[in-house]
Design a protein around this ligand. Structure first.
Ligand code: N01
Length: 545
């Protein structure tokens, strides 16, 4: 690091080859690649006081990963794979934090991370060909390359419900959970939201709360996780088969360590299909979705899974009215991110848990003592838990005031929705790389697989630029336009857009442009496209010497 050029009257900027925003899975690996593989000076700027990114903030009760532990990790280091051992089928938040801290220390990354440093602005200086970044505390940093590793689900969505400021109890968003935890004992708790997070939180909160009222706007499918400690033989299998597991994850559309069955739901008789679904239900987890190849492209095929899952809900939940509300699901299975759970539906059989349908009677306001719905019903509460999700994919990037070439702001550039080339770069923003940005497979994929691919692509790209004397790389506007068309076409070839209230479309945040944000063409196909682009001399990018 050097103390570099300054605009008169401002703090001198600390200069680096590369600045990385965020110390989650992506930022940590990006630092390792740029510093230890390319020998660049690189600095990570992280708002939190520790590593972990999304996992640092999401400490809500029941927080656990929906990817299986042996696939929810880095694969770049054989030694790391050999020495780390997960304890459960799905890792809990504290175990993921232990893993990421282990990685940080093992690769001596901490010394190049500045914690408690929230980036507020980033500006590209055309003449100097550098990015200057400012933080909340007024510090300035500059670098040739700016890499955002800010996560896809890190900007919390707290709905603007009138009266929240007058609520006399406690309230929390699951994505900004207090580090010391929350004591629910003896309290009347209201939870808004039944997405993946809410479905994980309900059974755990219900264990100690005096009463838990769940406010459900959209009923949701969920598959049992069947979480359990990993058996010694499975641990041995993982240790002995790392290359094969990695190859499998790289060969599939969603980066998970299981293949999608190459058969149609229509190939089987109803009885055979039922047996397949029963076996998948007994096995549990996201793999249910892989039972047939056409579940996400053929509505009639999807209906067979949806019918099975709705029936399961009605079998588990004893009160017929509650069961009816929970199984009244208005979108095809897996067109919203499918949650997996540990006794979610069974929790509604507890006497201290009740369900309120806020699709039928929306929340009207929050009062000093609770929640009132439009039908006039009021619910007295001591604690409100917002499991209301995130301003996904674009939110974390737009929360930073980013200005590219010719003074254009990212906010204006994306006013009608995000436009990227490959989810990696934005036209008009040279030398800015967005790890798992909008237009990448990211959230439709097992995240570490998507992250490793992006970080390695960016690292190879920067190595190429430096080796060939290229000072600037920028996505061409034409390539970005074509990629946006490709992202739309990929989504439209699936049933995903049928869930018209999903966060994939930005529909969960009022006023957000409705654009299908992740690339739904599959991770394996996407990897091939990115490799081709690089092999063709970074086709679609403008490289300037
Ligand atoms: O958020 P969500 P999430 N009034 O947006 C409801 C990942 N994840 O935090 O569906 C009433 O899915 C909203 O209702 P509706 C995963 O990718 C991963 O649960 O918009 N309700 C919905 O029920 C996941 O998809 C893991 O009608 C309101 C809920 O709040 C993503 O994070 C674990 C409302 C929000 O659901 C986000 O999941 C957990 C309002 N005003 C999450 N506003 C792991 O793998 C919103 N809702 C570890």
């Amino acid at each position: 690091m050097t103390l570099g050029s300054t605009v008169s009257g401002t703090t001198p900027a600390a200069d680096f080859d590369a600045l990385i925003i965020g110390a989650g899975f992506s930022g940590l690996y990006q630092l390792y690649c740029l510093r230890d593989r390319l020998g660049l000076s690189a600095q990570v700027l992280e708002a939190g006081d520790g590593v972990g990114g999304t996992w640092y903030w999401n400490r809500y009760p029941g927080a656990r990963c929906d990817s299986e532990s042996h696939s929810y990790c880095y694969t770049f280091s054989k030694e790391l794979l050999e020495e780390w051992e997960w304890s459960e089928r799905y890792p809990e938040q504290p175990e993921i934090m232990r893993y990421l801290n282990h990685v940080t220390d093992r690769f001596d990354l901490r010394r190049d991370i500045r914690f408690g440093t929230r980036v507020t602005t980033a500006r590209f200086d055309d003449a100097a060909n550098r990015w200057t970044v400012e933080t909340e505390a007024g510090e300035r940093y500059s670098a040739t390359y700016l890499i955002t590793a800010v996560g896809c689900l890190s900007s919390t969505n707290i709905p603007k419900i009138p009266g929240l400021e007058d609520f006399k109890g406690e309230w929390y968003h699951t994505g900004l959970w207090p580090h010391g935890g929350v004591d629910f004992a003896g309290k009347r708790v209201g939870q808004i939201g039944t997405g993946s997070t809410g479905i994980q939180a309900v059974p755990v909160i219900a264990e100690t709360a005096k009463h838990l009222t769940v406010f459900q706007r959209t009923a949701n499918y969920s598959i049992p996780a069947h979480n359990a400690p990993l058996k010694p033989e499975f641990k041995r299998y993982v240790k002995e088969n790392h290359p094969a597991i990695r190859e499998l994850m790289h060969s599939t559309a969603n980066g998970h360590p299981f293949a999608i069955e190459d058969r149609s739901a229509h190939d089987l008789t109803p009885e055979q299909r039922e047996a397949v679904y029963e076996a998948a239900w007994a096995k549990g987890g996201l793999q249910f979705r892989a039972s047939f190849r056409d579940l996400l492209v053929d509505k009639a095929a999807n209906d067979t899974a949806a019918d099975f899952l709705k029936r399961k809900i009605r079998e588990i939940v004893k009160d017929p009215q509650t069961a009816a509300k929970l199984s009244d699901i208005d979108h095809p299975f897996a067109t919203k991110r499918p949650p997996i759970d540990s006794n979610y539906f069974g929790t509604y059989n507890r006497p201290n848990v009740s369900l309120v349908d806020v699709r039928a009677a929306p929340i009207e306001r929050i009062t000093p003592t609770g929640i009132v719905t439009r039908d006039g019903a009021s619910y007295d509460l001591d604690v409100i838990v917002f499991a209301t999700g995130f301003d996904a994919m674009t939110g974390p990037l737009l929360s930073i005031d980013i200005t590219g070439r010719d003074g254009q702001s990212l906010k204006d550039t994306w006013s009608a929705g995000p436009r990227t080339y490959l989810g990696l770069q934005v036209a008009g923003f040279p030398n800015l790389f967005t790890v798992t940005g909008p237009g990448s497979p990211s959230v439709l994929c097992n995240m570490p697989v998507a992250i490793e691919q992006h970080v390695e692509w960016i690292t190879d790209c920067i190595a190429h630029l430096r080796a060939s004397g290229v000072k600037r790389i920028e996505a061409s506007a034409d390539a970005a336009d074509q990629w946006v068309d490709e992202v739309n076409a990929a989504a439209n070839a699936t049933l995903l857009p049928l869930a018209n209230h999903s966060w994939y479309l930005g529909a969960n945040v009022p006023g957000k442009p409705r654009v299908f944000m992740p690339y739904a063409g599959g991770m394996a196909r996407y990897r091939g496209i990115c490799n081709d682009v690089a092999a063709k001399g970074y086709e679609g990018f403008v490289l300037s010497r």
